[in-house]
Design a protein around this ligand. Structure first.
Ligand SMILES: Nc1ncnc2c1ncn2[C@@H]1O[C@H](COP(=O)(O)OP(=O)(O)OP(=O)(O)O)[C@@H](O)[C@H]1O
Ligand SMILES: *[C@@H]1O[C@H](CO)[C@@H](O)[C@H](O)[C@H]1NC(C)=O
Ligand SMILES: *[C@@H]1O[C@H](CO)[C@@H](O)[C@H](O)[C@H]1NC(C)=O
Ligand SMILES: *[C@@H]1O[C@H](CO)[C@@H](O)[C@H](O)[C@H]1NC(C)=O
Ligand SMILES: CC(=O)N[C@H]1CO[C@H](CO)[C@@H](O)[C@@H]1O
Ligand SMILES: [Mg+2]
Length: 370
């Protein structure tokens, strides 16, 4: 807080005169005063000095008590109002809603029975644990448009009042933040400083690393110390933080398993995590373009869950189109939903079961029809 111009001070004093004269004082003025006073508290000395310059002594001493009295009452109020609008790292702004996450995953996420279950279990277990031994680390895998960013958003929405726009949610996109593999050493230092700084200012921070498969190989190893089972590191504890990695790596292997089930006439819901998890971590570890190539994060078991996102079928694309209509406040039109689903490209070429871009282009397709 710094010294404010004196015009508002005089305005404030005139309001006080009104108050003293018994005039009714409206809530909006009270709120305004509280806010102004909060900002002015630090410059109180300056205010008095100014009054000494301009006004008579007894006037000052009398009104001084009024100012002090009013400030004592209004400062906590002002602070409350201030905190009401400004995000802080406390329970007012960060509170996990278990039922909220459960309902969101159930209602809004289509065709991801494994991801939905594992995310709910992993996040709920972690958030309800008062003293976790390490930060929560999730790695979400799947082909494009299957809902990886969407799920990260649902998680953020149910932890932070401000969701993804919270100051405590940090999204790193490889192509934007780490575009040049040659500058990996700079990125390593930068990334460590960011994470350390962010967690120091709020232990309950969420880090989302998007496009992990485009991250320079080896860069992710620089954050290994923060994912470890350390009590604290240089005085900072990382145990309440959440790290989510998103990538397309392993997506083809997931699609292969899903196709095998489909070809055998088995229900998609019969696919289990164990059918995928081992192949996924192996594939990601051995693939030079996964962002996790030969990383110690995997052989040290620092990733708590590898979460597969299944390729979406036609019925899921329809559901996405209907959900989008609802979100836009349009009347639900089955015909248009069918058209949107028909417009998609499906793979593999012979079977045409899985939407190649998932639900990613439903919105623009919808715009075209409405
Ligand atoms: N399984 C799903 N259920 C409901 N909506 C979905 C699903 N998958 C995708 N969507 C919708 O499609 C949009 C794009 O999906 P999202 O950005 O999550 O894909 P992604 O998996 O991150 O893809 P990419 O690998 O290309 O980044 C989402 O905002 C959401 O509206
Ligand atoms: C939690 O989520 C549920 C379902 O979305 C909602 O009804 C409830 O109000 C939320 N609780 C809090 C404390 O925000
Ligand atoms: C926190 O992370 C952001 C990136 O999301 C970065 O720009 C910022 O400088 C970091 N803050 C600190 C204190 O390091
Ligand atoms: C994943 O798929 C690729 C290409 O389809 C294949 O070469 C690789 O062996 C698979 N990995 C595993 C672990 O199954
Ligand atoms: C707001 C207020 O109490 N104003 C007083 C300041 O002091 C002068 C002189 O004592 C009074 O006349 C005002 O009423
Ligand atoms: Mg994405």
């Amino acid at each position: 807080m710094q010294l404010q111009p004196l015009a508002p001070v005089l305005l404030l004093l005139s309001h006080m005169v009104l108050m003293a004269a018994g005039e009714p004082i409206s809530t909006s003025i009270a709120v305004g005063m509280a806010a102004v006073l909060t900002g002015l508290l630090a410059s109180y000395q300056g205010v008095l000095y100014y009054l000494h310059e301009c006004c008579r002594e007894e006037w000052i001493s009398f009104n001084k008590s009024v100012i002090v009295g009013a400030t004592g009452f209004l400062y906590p109020l002002g602070k409350k109002i201030y905190n009401y609008f400004r995000e802080t790292c406390n329970d007012d702004w960060i509170a996990f809603n278990t039922t909220g996450l459960e309902k969101d995953l159930e209602r809004k996420l289509f065709g991801q029975h494994i991801a939905s279950r594992v995310v709910l279990k992993g996040v709920t277990g972690f958030m309800n644990n008062k003293s976790p031994k390490k930060p929560l680390v999730l790695s979400l895998h799947g082909s494009t448009g299957t809902g990886k960013n969407f799920v990260s958003q649902l998680i953020a929405d149910n932890i932070y009042k401000k969701g993804m726009t919270s100051n405590y949610v940090h999204l790193f996109t490889s192509t934007a933040h780490f575009p040049h593999p040659s500058q990996i050493d700079t990125y390593k230092v930068q990334l460590q400083q960011w994470i350390k700084g962010n967690v120091s200012s709020c232990p309950r921070s969420l880090f989302v690393f998007d496009e992990m498969d485009k991250m320079p190989p080896g860069l992710i190893d620089s954050i290994k110390p923060y994912l470890e089972y350390y009590d604290n590191l240089e005085g900072v504890s990382y145990r309440h933080a959440i790290f989510i990695f998103l990538s397309n790596a392993g997506g083809q292997n997931i699609s292969q398993v899903a196709l095998d089930f489909w070809l055998k006439g088995k229900d998609r819901e019969e696919i289990q995590l164990k059918d995928l998890e081992a192949a996924l971590s192996l594939e990601v570890f051995n693939n030079k373009n996964s962002g996790f190539w030969h990383t110690s994060l995997i052989d040290k078991n620092l990733v708590d869950f590898f979460i597969p996102f299944l390729p979406l079928e036609r019925r899921h694309v329809r559901a996405c189109a209907l959900a989008e209509m609802e979100a836009q406040g349009l009347p639900l039109d089955e015909e248009i939903a069918n058209q949107v689903a028909d417009d998609m490209i499906y793979s593999p070429k012979a079977e045409r079961v899985f939407a190649s871009k998932g639900c990613k282009t439903t919105r623009s397709k919808l715009d075209y029809y409405t």
